[in-house]
Design a binder for this molecule. Structure first.
Ligand code: SAM
Length: 241
């Protein structure tokens, strides 16, 4: 079990991490989380750190310069039009936030309670940012396992988006460091990805989109078409309404 130590303005939700993480004293943790109202910082033993959030100028410049031409949004079918997306592997929420920023209603599910908590807090901070708070309001975060959620949610969403994590398979969209942190925080998928795509196909009104490294094999054979970028590939599975 990954060992985590915490400091700062520790939120009550920290109790929800117990069972998933071993909460220890500062000296012996694999990671340290410092909570503050301005931003939270996650630091590894080698002192590398990240602060999950959506306000970095690099991230916002990329969003604004590429606009709706981004391969992710093309794969989602943003011009069709579509309205709602279910992101069944939220991670740091970069893809989910991108979709919400461009007007989509996004329900995003994350099973790792620390990742969930840090993203939830980062979104709450956007209230102060006029241009970003609207996107945050379009996001509905769910803490839990997508497989359970898919069993019960019915065919409510236009698109299901899935970005499974495989060992040491780094992708862009979020930086390598942020992906490495997810891997070390025990976010690797436990197998059964093909089955999850089958479940997702039953839930998506229009399509399922699966994010892969560019040369990674398809997870499920029934790909309708793919959208590629320099490092990534989005496999699109069209579904029947
Ligand atoms: C590759 S990361 C996603 C990165 C994300 N697209 C982003 O923009 O940051 C995969 C995430 O899915 C989560 N995950 C994997 N299987 C899951 C499941 N069955 N239910 C919910 N979350 C899951 C992992 O904990 C991990 O955070």
């Amino acid at each position: 079990m990954v060992k985590i130590s915490v400091s700062g303005n520790i939120p009550n939700e920290i109790d929800q991490l117990k069972g998933f993480f071993n909460i220890v004293s500062r000296e012996s943790g694999d990671f340290h989380v410092h909570f503050s109202d301005e931003n939270d910082t996650l630091t590894r033993q080698d002192r590398a750190s990240i602060s999950p959030g959506f306000t970095s100028p690099i991230f916002l410049n990329r969003l604004n310069s590429m606009g709706k031409k981004q391969p992710l949004l093309k794969a989602i079918g943003i011009e069709k039009p579509i309205q709602s997306v279910l992101d069944i592997s939220m991670g740091w929420g970069v893809d989910a936030f991108t979709m919400a920023y461009f007007g989509l209603q996004v329900t995003a599910i994350e099973r790792n309670p620390l990742v969930f908590l840090l993203v939830e807090r980062a979104l709450a901070r956007l209230e102060e940012f006029e241009n970003l708070s609207e996107a945050a309001k379009r996001m509905n975060l769910v803490s839990g396992d997508s497989r359970e959620f898919l069993k019960n949610c019915g065919k409510k969403h236009d698109v299901v988006f899935y970005d499974p994590m495989f060992p040491s398979e780094f992708k862009s969209g979020v930086s390598k460091k942020e992906m490495a942190f997810l891997e070390e925080l025990d976010c690797i998928g436990g197998g059964g990805e093909e089955k999850i795509i089958n479940f997702a196909s039953q839930n998506a009104q229009k399509r399922v989109v699966v994010k892969r490294s560019k040369h990674a094999p398809q997870i499920h054979p029934n790909v309708s078409h793919s959208i590629e970028s320099k490092l990534l590939r989005y496999d699109v599975y069209l579904t029947v309404s």
